[in-house]
Every structure is written in C-alpha cells, then in structure tokens.
Write a protein that binds this ligand. Structure first.
Ligand SMILES: [Mn+2]
Length: 260
C-alpha cells in the first residue's frame, strides 16, 4: 500500500570516537548508514578524562601529552609515552580496551551499515564484531539505491603514528581498485590544504594525493570523508565533484545526509 518508494536516503558519519549513544540513532529515517571510521576513543582532546589513555595513565598525563602534541613537540610526546608504557604489555592492554569499545560500537550500528576503517582503528578485530547487517569495505565498491559507492579506509603515515596508517603506494592501490564510482568514500580527505587544515589543532592532517587524482580523473558526484575534526573548509567543489567533510560525529552526534 501507499505506492512505490522512489528515493533513497543514506546517513554518513565519521570519527565516532566512542559516541555509541548517538551512533545507535544515526540511521533513524535513512535506508542505510555509512561509517567512515575512527570508532576508537584513545584520548578525547575536548575532555582529557575520556578514552583509553586517561583510563590507563590518568588525566594529568593526558593533559601533558595533549599539550606536547598541540605544541608539535612530537619527540617529547613519544618520550612521555615510552616512559608511561615501560614495563607494561602495551599491545595486550590496548587490544583489551579497544575490544571493549568495539563491542559497544558495533552493537550500536543500525542495519544496514556500510563501514570502512579510520586511522584510529584496528582492522584485524573488525570481523569479530561486525554483525550480519554490517558490511566492511576497504578498496571495494557496493551499490546502494542504484548508485555505486567506493570505500578506502585508513590513513597515511603521520607523526602521531596512529594504528592504521598505510604507505602511499598501498593507499593508491586501494583507490585504483575502485575504478569509477558515483560516491567516493574515504576516512581521510583528498590532499587539498583547506580540507586538511585543522583550525583547532592548528596543523595539517594528512590528505591523499591519490584521492585527489582519482576525483579529477573519474569525476564522482561526491567525495565524502572525515578525519579532520575542525576543518578550514567543510566542503569544496573540485570539477564536477562535491567534496564534503561529513563532520566530527563524536562531538556533534549528527550524521550528514545524502538523498537521491
Ligand atoms: Mn578521528
């Protein structure tokens, strides 16, 4: 009854960083949810008491490491990290904490969800937590409502040394594997200064030259990404492609919507 449904609506989120409560509602009113990664909350820069780091080492150490990183004193930040982790089984402690967060995050995903990895994720664990309604894609395409969506997960090498960074060549190969798509979905932005500059952290995050080249060459309708929490530019036109940072979901709790 009521006629055939003629449009498709997807909601897109990125940089969820522990916000399971809002994630559980992110698909309300949409036919599908797309998640562009960064589910893990290692350290909340807006509230240093939240995340794996303060849980293990306390708020004062979290204050200190944020201060050092913000001042680009990465070497000192790493020294502090090395001192705190000395004698501890770092891998086991982080994996245990990430598993607790993933159990909560993946349970909150609506159905269907299409997801790719952020740089602050541990891809090897995802298959254990993704339910039958969640499709994980990295260097792969899927059709939603008659449009082809391509997904590229992870980040590129950075001074922060986050858990899922791949080298330029491997990243470019994943972009290449997508071919022509209608919507190009990635965690990191194409390498354009206005899209990569974080106005609060006051630094450039890593964007991808391969993504930018693919946008210019294949002209998707949309290029969607996250990663830069407070970008200088939220959107930009590159040729015929609307490039959009879908927002910092951990802070806003609001998805970005696409309807056709
Ligand atoms: Mn992030």
């Amino acid at each position: 009854m009521g006629g055939r449904k003629s449009s498709t609506r997807v909601h897109v989120v990125s940089d969820v960083h522990g916000n399971a409560e809002a994630l559980a509602r992110a698909g309300d009113g949409a036919d599908a949810l797309i998640c562009l990664g960064d589910l893990v909350l290692f350290l909340d820069y807006a509230d240093h008491s939240r995340g794996i780091f303060p849980d293990l080492f306390g708020v004062e150490n979290a204050d200190r490491i944020v201060e050092l990183r913000t001042a680009r004193r990465f070497e000192e930040a790493r020294d502090l990290g090395r001192r705190l982790w000395a004698g501890l089984d770092r891998e086991r402690l982080i994996e245990g904490a990430v598993r607790r967060q993933y159990a909560e995050m993946f349970a909150a995903f609506p159905q269907p969800t299409y997801a790719t990895y952020g740089n602050v994720d541990i891809p090897g664990l995802w298959s254990e937590y993704a339910g039958p309604g969640t499709t994980v894609l990295d260097g792969q395409r899927v059709e939603i409502g008659g449009r082809v969506f391509g997904f590229v997960g992870g980040g590129l090498p950075s001074p922060m040394r986050t858990p899922y960074e791949v080298d330029e060549e491997e990243y470019a190969a994943k972009v290449e594997a997508l071919g022509e798509v209608d919507v190009l979905c990635s965690h990191i932005p194409p390498e354009v200064p206005e899209l990569c500059y974080d106005t609060v952290a006051r630094r450039f995050e890593r964007g991808s030259e391969a993504l930018l080249a693919a946008i210019r060459r294949t002209r998707p309708r949309y290029a969607l990404f996250g990663h830069v929490h407070q970008p200088l530019a939220r959107r930009m036109r590159i040729g015929g492609t609307e490039c959009v940072n879908v927002g910092h979901f951990a802070a806003t709790g609001r998805p970005w919507a696409l309807e056709w």
